[in-house]
Design a binder for this molecule. Structure first.
Ligand SMILES: Cc1cc2nc3c(=O)[nH]c(=O)nc-3n(C[C@H](O)[C@H](O)[C@H](O)COP(=O)(O)OP(=O)(O)OC[C@H]3O[C@@H](n4cnc5c(N)ncnc54)[C@H](O)[C@@H]3O)c2cc1C
Length: 507
């Protein structure tokens, strides 16, 4: 999906795709006056005006005894792509697993956030490299729940095929890729089925409030639910909250360097629009550039920040993943509230403008505002190892590789992901996976994508189960054991690692 733009000083690479092309910045925010074909319209927020000052007094919360809800081998907190993969993978290795999620579904942003565009799982040659749990869950989705190119087209540079898929999320740099759109309800269903079949004990509607910590060792977590407060003890905890909620509430160092004018910092609540005819819209975009430019100009005049739709898994449903709001924090409750208010206002405005002006949108209606706010970045682990921008050029293969990510463009090597990126340097008995794995800000642009979250979640689950079974801290588990278990569960490795694993895997 993403392309790169020349690094700035420290080698930061900013998001720039064939669909999102960023325009000039104004006062730290992207200008709204960018050309019609330059669609990235991030706009500012984060001014203190939406916040009331808070009283300076504090309240001393009395200490109290709380009931223990469970004692388990592996506690996974957060049921997004990473947490779902982690819980299922751990349970399949025989661990007793409790998966706790604050909402009523699994899938996190990939379902409740309406981020239904599952980014690239094939590399630029068309090889399927993000596999294992990712491959299995995609394969289990019903045919009608997935819209994407057929396998024989992955890696194709045929101009007509690439042009067709470029309009439909699945071709970049003139290469067809495996990055389909999916039905979020089907993904919820399959996620729950897989969790149940694997004997994961699922606890929904429960919010993790704090880790239970003894020195550097995490012993479990405290939850709030309709029942009040309770504790869960676990041999190993996996934090897959997306924001590293548990890890951040310890003394562990976190990283959070993201430029506020970078799309990766932005937040917004996505929305689906029903009753549309996307083929008519796509034909209009392709065949009538002047009409399209006039439409965008009129849209901007009406709304100032005006967004283009993406295809979905159905022709009659359009996906809007913006406008993107900059300057807000995903871990500030007033910012979260403001993002919801502004996103709702913009969603309604978009539907009105599109219904009035856009070919294919005459009968459009606002079908669903995402139940989960869209957060691209908040905090990242300070891990034992991290993926950095330098690795894109060198093609370094880590000896503790747990999987291989796709890279941003054909000029970069595939990205070897180290186990050390899941281990907070300052803590024992807890792993982090998903969009807060240890990496630099540039590498976060792709390591946060859904397939990569499946990849790191899968590995965290395997490592947690092995650690619990062996009575060891996760950092003490032999990497070869983790790699072999992942390999048996279908994960892909760089050729050098796969070669080293071969004799053992055949045992
Ligand atoms: C607008 C937008 C567009 C994007 N576009 C794409 C794209 O095109 N393709 C792509 O592949 N990726 C895309 N992404 C990125 C991707 O959606 C996320 O990075 C990915 O879903 C992260 O997965 P995760 O499991 O780490 O976290 P999440 O999906 O955020 O899941 C975390 C889960 O933990 C739960 N949770 C959080 N805190 C607690 C707590 N304290 N207690 C209990 N439960 C908790 C949440 O409810 C949630 O279910 C996009 C993201 C956004 C916001």
């Amino acid at each position: 999906m993403v392309d790169d733009k020349g690094g700035e000083g420290d080698g930061r690479i900013f998001f720039k795709s064939e669909i999102f092309k960023d325009g000039p910045k104004a006062a730290g925010n992207y200008s709204s006056s960018i050309g019609a074909e330059q669609g990235l319209e991030t706009f500012g927020g984060g001014t203190p005006s939406h916040k009331r000052s808070r009283p300076s007094r504090t309240h001393l919360e009395p200490a109290r005894e709380i009931p223990v809800f469970a004692e388990t081998d592996v506690l996974v907190v957060g049921g997004g792509p990473a947490g779902t993969a982690a819980a299922i993978a751990a349970a399949r290795l025989g661990a007793d697993v409790l998966l706790v999620e604050r909402y009523n579904h699994l899938g996190g942003l990939s379902t409740g956030g309406l981020v239904i565009w599952i980014d690239r799982m094939s590399d630029w040659s068309g090889k399927h490299i993000i596999r294992g749990f990712a491959e299995e869950i995609m394969d289990r989705l019903p045919k009608e729940a997935v819209a994407g190119p057929k396998r024989t087209d992955w890696g194709s540079k045929d101009a007509a095929t690439a042009a067709y898929w470029a309009q439909r999320t699945s071709a970049f740099h003139g290469i067809v890729t495996w990055s389909p759109t999916v039905d979020p309800e089907a993904l919820k269903t399959v996620s729950m089925q897989m969790a149940t079949e694997s004997k994961v004990r699922l606890l929904l509607h429960a919010w993790a409030a704090a880790p239970i910590l003894e020195g550097n060792t995490v012993k479990g977590a405290i939850f709030e639910s309709k029942e009040g407060r309770h504790a869960v003890f676990a041999k190993v905890v996996v934090d897959t909250t997306g924001d590293a909620d548990l890890i951040a509430r310890t003394h562990a160092v976190m990283e959070s360097d993201i430029d506020e004018s970078d799309i990766h910092h932005c937040m917004n609540t996505a929305f689906l629009v029903g009753g549309v005819d996307m083929e008519t819209w796509l034909a209009f975009r392709k065949n009538d550039p002047k009409g399209f430019a006039a439409f965008m100009t009129e849209g901007r005049a009406r709304l100032k920040f005006f967004e283009k739709p993406f295809v979905s898994w159905r022709n009659d449903v359009a996906l809007f993943m913006g406008p993107r709001l900059s300057g807000y924090s995903a871990v500030d409750v007033e910012d979260l509230t403001t993002v919801e208010l502004r996103s709702r206002q913009l969603a309604v405005g978009h539907v009105e403008a599109y219904r009035a002006l856009a070919p294919g949108f005459k009968n459009a209606f606002l079908m669903l505002g995402a139940p989960q706010v869209g957060v691209r970045h908040s905090r990242r682990l300070s891990g034992l190892r991290k993926v950095t921008r330098q690795q894109w050029d060198t093609g370094q293969v880590w000896d503790d590789e747990i999987g291989v990510s796709t890279s941003l463009s054909p000029k970069f090597a595939n990205i070897s992901v180290p186990y050390g990126a899941l281990i907070p340097a300052d803590l024992d008995n807890i792993l982090g996976a998903g969009r807060h794995v240890a990496c630099d800000a540039s590498s976060h642009t792709f390591l946060r994508e859904i397939p990569q979250c499946w990849l790191t979640g899968h590995a965290a689950g395997v490592a947690a189960a092995l650690a619990a079974n062996q009575g060891k801290a996760p950092r003490a588990v032999a990497v070869a054991d983790i790699q072999r278990a992942l390999s048996r569960q279908g994960a892909y490795f760089s050729p050098a690692i796969a070669q080293a694993l071969r004799p053992s895997a055949a045992e």
